[in-house]
Design a protein around this ligand. Structure first.
Ligand code: M6R
Length: 579
């Protein structure tokens, strides 16, 4: 949930750390801080966003340091609770992403032994525990403390008088960058791209010592070698490239993302576990869950395999993990609930498949097989191109398992998205921007798209929006319909069309403003709509892809009209690494 970054090299560390944190800000943005080693440790912390308030921090001297951008879990976002946290003598500094579940007991023990605390965070116990163990060898002290910590962590630690920075991880991501006479560490690869394309993904339980002399990794006391991997994302991909927001850039990248994911998958073998399975259970959160839910309809229709889709956060409460094969879908590959669901599937000895965008992410290490989407780095908190890439992966699998049933439509997918991007949504935005509350409705695969449209709308505009299966609207939500409650109806041609058409008329009869996505000339759909947004001609795949892009754009333009912080909406973070 938070972003951590460390640097150790020949250059002034503070400006490098600040730039690194800016690239990680999408992971958390309520406060930030740095600790830099020179004669002693200098710490600077601030409430608010690093992009707005870090200019004076660059002057701090020293060539090794650590930084943190926070998404608060323990204690409100203020200067005291911002990381780095220190020991009693200000000589050990720690940044942490994750949660120390047993911190309250540890804190009581430490207080009883005379340690003074300055924050309400769980993290602060760590520098105090290290203080008790530290006798000149920082890695040894960290290693003595880690068994006492329950929960999850990615940690960076520095100490006065030590020429090394120590990194450790358990169930939170941490990547080491190998620079030119420099070592770096970060929560993900995006801030490392400016410095290197060579990275090492630490494993759970690894403790790494980073210094200008190199990198030494130990696991359970033994020195280990981890593979050095080459990152194939470019620096240009993590910059805005002339777009007003990352979200808009990422929406516009979707035609290419769809095609490149398809191209890459064509070269790959379908894992045997998929060909032979008698049923699948898909587990995911948020937007990835909606992608999985949508694909269930296609898997069942075209492959004849029963498919179950579960929220990863609920999966642990079921006694049976369901179908033969468990598929975890996660853009980041680091979502705690999805990882927990995959672990549960493994416990029950089910084969597992991961669908993810991030090479080296934790989910790839939990799953028996991984299929990568090729979305490139997604910076905006709102997932857009990763949703399209997830659909691309599933469409491809369905097509291969169903002997090419979708092949023709898939070849045109990028065109459908491209056409959607040309639509003028200003009338629809005018209806939405004044709403307090709204609904998105659809049937079949367009029901998960309604859920996704509502999620996008609420998360970046803060308008209350609910996605509903159109058939459910009459079972309660109808009471909320009024001229002040716009409804976005996804109504492409197909076997659900007649009943959707009736549903739209019923809602319209309550004075509800109707924004309808459909194909021009289908019955008198345009006439019964307040705002009609045309979908391209083509089959269901084109309609799905175009609808996805349109609901994303509708949310985007409404958020811009309302002056919202599109890329970093309030209270959210891109990567949800706590359950
Ligand atoms: O990285 P993941 O795909 O596992 O993330 C799951 C959700 O947190 C994510 O899809 C979230 O719902 C979106 N950022 C919302 O736009």
């Amino acid at each position: 949930m938070c972003g951590i970054f460390g640097y150790c090299g020949q250059r002034r560390a503070a400006p490098i750390i600040i730039e690194g944190l800016k690239r990680l800000e999408y992971r958390g943005y309520d406060s930030f801080g740095i600790a830099v080693m020179d004669q002693g440790i200098t710490v600077r912390k601030k409430q608010g966003k690093i992009s707005l308030g870090a200019s004076d921090l660059s002057r701090v001297k020293g060539k090794m340091g650590i930084g943190h951008t926070r998404w608060a879990t323990h204690g409100e976002p203020n200067n005291q609770n911002a990381h780095p946290h220190l020991d009693c003598h200000d000589s050990i500094a720690v940044v942490h992403n994750g949660i120390i579940e047993n911190y309250a007991g540890l804190k009581r023990e430490l207080q009883a032994r005379g340690h003074g605390f300055r924050s309400e965070t769980d993290t602060e116990v760590i520098p105090h525990l290290i203080e008790e163990e530290f006798k000149g060898d920082l890695a040894a002290a960290v290693s003595a403390v880690l068994p006492r910590l329950e929960g999850s962590y990615a940690l960076l630690v520095i100490a006065t008088g030590c020429g090394e920075m120590v990194a450790a991880r358990k169930r939170s991501p941490l990547v080491i960058g190998i620079g030119d006479r420099a070592c770096l560490a970060a929560s993900d690869v995006t801030p490392l791209l400016e410095h290197t394309e060579r990275v090492i993904y630490l494993e759970d339980g690894d403790i790494a010592s980073l210094s200008t002399g190199g990198i030494e990794i130990r696991h359970q006391g033994t020195r280990v070698k981890r593979p050095v991997q080459k990152i194939d994302w470019s620096l240009a991909e993590v910059k805005k490239g002339g777009f007003a927001h990352y979200m808009l850039k990422e929406i516009y990248e979707q035609p290419e993302v769809f095609s490149s994911t398809m191209r890459a998958l064509k070269e790959e073998e379908i894992p045997d576990i998929l060909q032979d399975t008698g049923g699948v259970t898909l587990v995911a959160c948020g937007t990835s869950y909606h992608a999985a839910l949508l694909c269930r309809y296609l898997i069942e229709e075209h492959c004849g395999i029963p498919a179950r889709v579960e929220l990863a956060s609920e999966f642990k409460y079921f006694t049976s993990p369901g179908g033969d094969l468990v598929v975890g879908v996660s853009q980041s590959g680091e979502t705690a609930d999805t990882l927990a669901a995959m672990q549960k599937a493994r416990m029950f000895s089910h084969p597992t498949l991961a669908v993810t965008n991030v090479l080296g992410s934790t989910i790839t290490r939990l799953a028996d097989h991984t299929l990568f989407m090729r979305a490139g780095p997604e910076i905006s908190v709102a997932a857009t191109k990763s949703f399209i890439a997830e659909l691309a992966v599933f469409f491809h699998l369905v097509d291969r398992l169903a002997g090419g049933a979708l092949e023709h439509s898939l070849g045109r997918g990028h065109l459908a998205i491209g056409e959607a991007l040309l639509q003028d949504l200003s009338q629809a935005v005018d209806l939405c921007r004044n709403a307090q509350s709204m609904f998105f409705v659809g049937r079949g695969p367009f029901y998960p798209l309604a859920l996704e449209g509502a999620l996008k709308m609420k998360e970046i505009t803060y308008i209350h929006a609910e996605g509903y299966a159109a058939g459910e609207i009459k079972h309660g939500p109808f009471a909320l319909l009024s001229p002040e409650t716009p409804v976005v109806a996804l109504c492409p041609p197909g076997h659900a069309f007649p009943v959707m058409f009736s549903n739209i008329k019923e809602m319209k009869a309550r004075g509800t403003p109707m924004i309808v996505l459909g194909v021009q000339g289908t019955q008198d759909l345009e006439e019964i709509s307040d705002v009609f947004i045309p979908l391209p001609d083509g089959g269901i795949i084109s309609h799905i892809l175009a609808s996805a892009a349109l609901v994303q754009l509708l949310a985007y333009h409404t958020a811009v009209a309302l002056g919202r912080d599109v890329d970093q909406p309030r209270n959210l973070a891109k990567s949800v690494t706590v359950e």
